[in-house]
Design a protein around this ligand. Structure first.
Ligand code: BV8
Ligand code: ZN
Length: 250
């Protein structure tokens, strides 16, 4: 099933970094962005996932994010997420860099997670920065407003044209640079600057393993492309780690 290269690289690796996109959550029921029933097939990102659109029509943008909050609240992490959570305990250094805002890596038990594009379960006031939980948001009007300053509340996600959270970005770059093995899982790798991370890892000497149901723009740069569903492949990678790696730390 797996090449001797992959087996020996994983056997010896001290530092593993994993980069994920919507594809790893597809088997949990989260629609991807560019897939056949993808989000961007129905809506245009510039219409919904940017600040100007929010100011222009906060009700429409909130309707859309409340819909995605309900999806995320109604689903569970899948075998791909849980396999990564256990792999984290089998390598001295292990980091997950995710573009996903669905919080499923954390719910699966992963600890060392860098959220590049935010988290849909967090919200804050654009005026005074006050944070609001989803429970508070759902009990508010169609367009949630801050209980302190009355300004608009927004989901804590990164919209197009907005800068990524600096600390998450810097830690992601160093996790890419120190990786001996770098997995790119379930991402079309077209949104920047996130999509530059696999190449940063490659330049730093990492062994790049792509897991996707189809080839992507990244495939030519990958050392191995494992075609298939991450929920099928990752449990087998975990078995491999179990068989040739003593539990690093619990
Ligand atoms: C910024 C949060 C500047 C919100 C998101 C350089 C070149 C070109 C353009 C740019 C550039 N630099 C910047 C840009 C502009 C823009 C950009 O990249 N545009 C793209 C579209 C060309 N980038 C930005 O605007 C970024 N900000 O540049 O700011 C700046 C700098 C300093 C100071 C001020 C400003 C911000 C980008 C972040 C936007 N927010 N999400 C929300 O979700 O609502 S992006 C969002 O879309 C996701 O987070 C993710 O990043 C992206 C979707 O990609 P994927 O996750 O990969 O999903 P996709 O559906 O595409 O692919 C799924 C894959 O899984 C497929 O390959 C499929 O085959 C596979 N799959 C499916 N099922 C499975 C599977 N694989 C395995 N198993 C399965 N079962
Ligand atoms: Zn406020």
């Amino acid at each position: 099933m797996f090449s001797s290269q992959l087996i020996s690289k994983l056997q010896r690796a001290e530092s593993v970094t994993v980069f994920t996109g919507a594809g790893i959550s597809a088997e949990s029921g989260v629609p991807t962005f560019r897939g056949t029933d993808g989000i961007w097939k129905k809506f245009r990102p510039e219409e919904l996932a940017n600040f100007d659109a929010f100011i222009r029509n906060p009700e429409l943008v909130w309707e859309w994010y409340k819909h995605r909050k309900q999806i995320v609240a109604s689903i569970q992490p899948n075998a791909g997420h849980t396999a990564l959570a256990e792999m984290e305990r089998r390598f001295p250094q292990f980091a997950i860099i995710t573009q996903n805002i669905d919080n499923l890596h954390r719910r699966a038990g992963s600890k060392n997670i860098y959220e590049l594009h935010g988290n849909v379960e967090r919200n804050y006031c654009i005026g005074c920065g006050k944070n609001f939980t989803d429970a508070e948001i759902m009990s508010m009007d169609k367009v949630p407003r801050c209980t302190s300053c009355g300004d608009l509340v927004r989901p804590d996600v990164v919209w197009f044209g907005e800068q990524l959270p600096v600390e998450q970005w810097e830690k992601s770059v160093s996790a890419a640079e120190r990786a001996e093995v770098f997995f790119s899982i379930g991402t079309s790798a077209v949104v920047y600057p996130a999509a530059s991370l696999p190449l940063t890892a490659k330049k730093a000497g990492a062994y790049i393993i792509e897991i996707n149901i189809e080839r992507t723009e990244l495939s030519p740069w990958a050392d191995e492309v494992l075609l298939g569903r991450s929920g099928d492949i990752l449990p087998n990678i975990l078995k491999l780690c179990r068989s040739n790696r003593l539990s690093a730390h619990n």
